[in-house]
Design a protein around this ligand. Structure first.
Ligand code: ACO
Length: 499
């Protein structure tokens, strides 16, 4: 009975939220970029002041990750992101070509429904709110139930700062009674323009069923390839710091290391020097039983936990300084959890004869899971790097950098994002690091620069009209098809004249 009441309440709340957001967005749509930027600046500034409390609260509520790293992510998603956003023109006239007489106008989409994950609840919420308001959209959240207090608190901070600086009331909102039915109602509401899902694979089907455009940041399974020319010390340092960041819950993080045989021992030695513990075959077997639940989904008991906590779950004691657990593997398969996303500081270790075999292994891993996401290569050989980049089924190839921070754009110049598109290969609508540019439509404006007469006049019988790169038309003598084109243009012109 209570459940039914909750569902009804949630559905009602969802409708009101989306409808209020739609009303608010009507006035927001008329805001110039400068006014939107001022609001975004105030949101970012206010959230920075609360970044530490929110990080601590997030770890306490979900049990996932380290608050110290969450603090870094919260500042990245507010202060750092704002610095990037303030240079961008997203709404109004965003591009103008005076020579060719065309113009692009950025038009907000309307109401965005956003689902943040329990793994990065605060940073993803801040990021989504900032990019939505920057692009003149309203945004309503359905918080992950496991992080609902923290996401609610983050949103209260953002809403207070935004509304205090001119954001129409209702333009940012969130569901307080969270049920699957209420979330589905928000997603399929007539006034919803787009659904922005990060993590939360269980809600993806409902999102697609809503019949709206969906942007999804899905699971990763990125390998880190260490090629023989790499700076091995630096590569290992990058991999360990990346894999341990927030206890390994960012989807861009390295899930396995692939090395060339000739440097394998040196890499192993360096990994041990940096706090890696290589598991025996028996320990690997025991641990592998913990990764997945019986329904094949990731067991949240090991997600975002430290290496020591994970080892303890199989009765294994590791030295206090242990940062990652490594399992030597040969094969990739759907039922080998080491060859899939693990969301904790555990890495698989593969040794391959040469870089071409390593290339194949990386592809195999990505086809097993995480297709369209991210991969990292450590190498000084530009030829190998380029070959590697050309052939991998990923949307991001990172070079000589920690994948966690490189993928989200902290140690690279990729757009700072906490939703990483996985492209068509990953069943997603974009391969971008999702930015405000993914939350607008571009209205194309084209001035008339030639008439149909101009085109037909320059096209004598037996010639072909072609367009050049600079947009000008040229006439080339050729075969019969050019006559057909000429006839078609003349007919079209006649038809227009007689209308
Ligand atoms: C840049 C980045 O790194 S972003 C991507 C981060 N990656 C991820 O988050 C990885 C994907 N996530 C997962 O695999 C899981 O969420 C885990 C393993 C992290 C956690 O799993 P769990 O603790 O079991 O939580 P899970 O996400 O499955 O959600 C629990 C329940 O809440 C439901 N739920 C989640 N969000 C919502 C929502 N907005 N509204 C209603 N219900 C929701 C789920 O459907 C699920 O329902 P069920 O119990 O009926 O199956």
């Amino acid at each position: 009975m209570k459940r039914i009441d909750n569902d009804l309440l949630s559905i009602q709340e969802a409708r009101i939220l989306v409808e209020n957001a739609r009303e608010a967005q009507k006035s927001l749509a008329a805001f110039p970029q400068e006014k939107l930027d001022k609001i975004v600046e105030c949101m970012a500034a206010e959230v920075v002041k609360n970044a530490r409390d929110l990080a601590v609260m997030s770890q306490e509520e979900t049990g996932f990750g380290r608050w110290q790293d969450k603090l870094i992510k919260n500042i990245f998603a507010s202060d750092y992101l704002f610095k990037k956003l303030k240079t961008m023109k997203v709404v109004g006239i965003v591009a103008e070509d005076k020579i060719n007489k065309t113009m692009d106008i950025g038009v907000p989409l309307g109401v965005i429904v956003a689902l943040p994950p329990a793994t990065n609840p605060v940073s993803t919420t801040i990021y989504k709110a900032l990019i939505a308001i920057k692009s003149g959209n309203a945004i309503v959240f359905s918080p992950h139930p496991k992080a609902k207090r923290t996401i609610g608190k983050a949103l209260e901070v953002l809403i207070r700062a935004a509304e205090g600086n001119g954001l129409p009331s209702g333009a940012i909102g969130y569901l307080q009674t969270i049920t699957a039915q209420g979330t589905a109602e928000m997603m399929k509401h007539n006034d919803t323009a787009l659904i922005l899902v990060t993590g939360v694979p269980k809600m993806l089907e409902a999102a697609h069923k809503a019949g709206k455009p969906v942007i999804y940041g899905g699971p990763g399974n990125g390998p880190a390839f260490i090629e023989r020319s790499a700076d091995i010390k630096q590569a290992v340092k990058d991999i360990i710091s990346s894999r341990t960041f927030d206890h390994g819950i960012i989807s861009a993080s390295e899930q396995s290391i692939v090395v060339e045989e000739c440097i394998a021992d040196e890499v192993r030695r360096e990994l041990r020097n940096h706090g890696a513990c290589f598991l025996s075959e028996g320990e690997s077997q025991e641990l592998s039983k913990l990764f997945l639940r019986s329904d094949g989904t990731i067991n949240s008991e090991i997600v975002g936990r430290s290496a020591g906590e994970i080892a303890a779950k199989i009765g294994m004691q590791v030295p206090e300084e242990t940062k990652v657990l490594i399992s030597e593997q040969k094969y990739v398969s759907d039922d080998n959890p080491y060859s899939k996303e693990k969301l904790c500081p555990v890495l698989a270790f593969y040794v391959e004869k040469d870089w071409l075999n390593a290339c194949e292994k990386c592809i195999e891993l990505l086809l097993n899971e995480g297709q369209g996401h991210t991969l990292v290569i450590h190498s000084q050989n530009e030829h190998v790097i380029r070959e590697f980049a050309l052939k991998k089924p990923v949307s991001r190839v990172l070079v000589n950098t920690p994948a966690t921070l490189g993928g989200i754009g902290a140690t690279t110049n990729l757009f700072p994002a906490l939703t990483l598109g996985c492209g068509a290969a990953g069943g997603a609508s974009t391969s971008d690091n999702v930015s405000p540019m993914n939350l607008i439509n571009i209205r194309k404006v084209g001035y008339g620069v030639r008439t149909l007469e101009d085109i037909t006049k320059i096209s004598p019988p037996g010639s072909e009209v072609r367009s050049k790169d600079d947009g000008q038309f040229v006439v080339q003598r050729s075969g019969e098809s050019s006559q057909d084109l000429k006839n078609l243009l003349v007919e079209l012109l006649e038809e227009l004249r007689t209308r």
